[in-house]
Design a protein around this ligand. Structure first.
Ligand SMILES: Nc1ncnc2c1ncn2[C@@H]1O[C@H](COP(=O)(O)OP(=O)(O)OP(=O)(O)O)[C@@H](O)[C@H]1O
Length: 343
């Protein structure tokens, strides 16, 4: 069910990650308030991949960091397997955070250049002090092999001796060695050469299947998450504007912003039936978001009410959630071609 931004978008016993009413505000250089994330709620079930998508600056990384408590959100809560991580401190937070790992955009700068690969990967295991030296060595060797690096030569080398793609493999090993339940991937391939992007995506898919991971996959480009996500959360200027199962969203987006994002994919699916103009204009400033609907300044369907009233996220079609006064219901509720033919 959905209601205001405070509502949960679904009821489920199998929810592993539950993000509720997350708000992130920064203080800018001149002391101004930056409203980076406003009242964002979504969840992810065991084994599910949720794609979080939106233009650069819409608040995706701020959501990721707030989930990781690095730093904690301004307000709101994050539950992992029913435990509220926002309420934890010290060792309890560290232990719970092991279940929640993050893979960053820039693999090279996210690895300590002074340390050997085996020490980078082993660090989390050592902090807990539960395993013997030998057990840690075995685990590190196994994970190095699983991410496709040479277990004989890689452990004693340092990050600068590896390519960007290999460094991302090391980051993935560092996350996976802690046996996490949830992995947040923040644009994990956008800093890599196109030729290695698919390899890293395949590795993430493989890890996801092997470890039954729940994943939040962040990207500014819908094309990247199209095949990977079970469900997609679309953000615009710090807020969620649409949530839907991936297939439904790509076949018939409800929010004009989602449609514009889909249109900006270089080779749109000709069967999607999308005709109107793609996204134009710049993202407004999060210092001073537009009144009413935040997307109204760029929306081809804008009407008077859009500047007066902010649309709440609601179930605009069965199982489809959108924050729009005029969602694109025509396409979402149109009968399938086959149904028409047999009618
Ligand atoms: N530490 C900070 N201090 C002030 N403003 C910040 C800070 N970090 C982010 N912002 C601002 O918050 C907004 C959201 O930024 P965020 O990095 O979360 O967006 P994003 O969608 O992940 O963008 P990108 O894909 O470019 O990383 C932006 O306007 C950004 O300039």
């Amino acid at each position: 069910m959905a209601g205001s931004g405070t509502a949960h978008l679904r009821d489920s016993d199998d929810v592993v990650l539950d993000v509720r009413n997350l708000t992130v505000e920064y203080v800018g250089r001149r002391g101004e308030r930056v409203f980076a994330v406003s009242d964002v709620s979504f969840d992810a079930r065991r084994g599910e991949t949720v794609g979080l998508v939106g233009e650069s600056g819409c608040g995706k990384s701020s959501v990721a960091k707030a989930i990781m408590q690095l730093p904690p959100p301004t307000s709101g809560s994050v539950l992992v397997d029913g435990v509220e991580v926002t309420a934890l401190k010290g060792a309890a937070l560290r232990q719970r955070r092991d279940k929640l790992q993050m893979i960053f955009q820039d693999p090279i700068s996210s690895l300590n250049p002074l340390r050997k690969v085996k020490d980078i990967i082993a660090e989390g295991l050592r902090i807990h002090g539960e395993l013997s030296k030998r057990e840690i060595e075995t685990r590190v060797r196994t994970i190095i092999e699983r991410v496709g690096l040479d277990p004989d030569t890689a452990p004693d080398r340092r990050p600068h001796e590896f390519s960007g793609g290999q460094c991302q493999r090391i980051s993935i090993a560092r996350a996976m060695v802690l046996d996490p339940q949830v992995v947040i991937c923040d644009e994990p391939v956008s800093a890599l050469d196109v030729s290695v992007q698919a390899q890293i995506m395949n590795l993430l898919e493989e890890m996801k299947a092997r470890y039954e991971l729940t994943m939040v996959f962040i990207a500014h480009d819908l094309a990247v998450i199209k095949n990977l996500s079970d469900r997609v959360v679309v953000m615009y200027l710090g807020k969620i504007c649409e949530v839907a199962d991936s297939d439904a969203l790509f076949a018939a987006p409800l929010h004009p912003y989602t449609r514009a994002l889909i249109q900006s994919i270089p080779e749109p699916d000709p069967e999607a039936g999308i005709q109107e103009a793609a996204l134009s204009g710049d993202l407004p400033s999060p210092l001073n978001p537009p009144s009413g609907c935040r997307f109204r300044t760029r929306c081809p369907r804008v009407q008077d009410i859009c500047s007066r009233e902010e649309p709440e996220i609601r179930e605009a079609a069965p199982g489809r959630f959108a924050a729009c006064h005029f969602p694109l219901l025509e396409a979402a509720t149109a009968p399938e071609q086959g149904e028409l033919a047999s009618a």
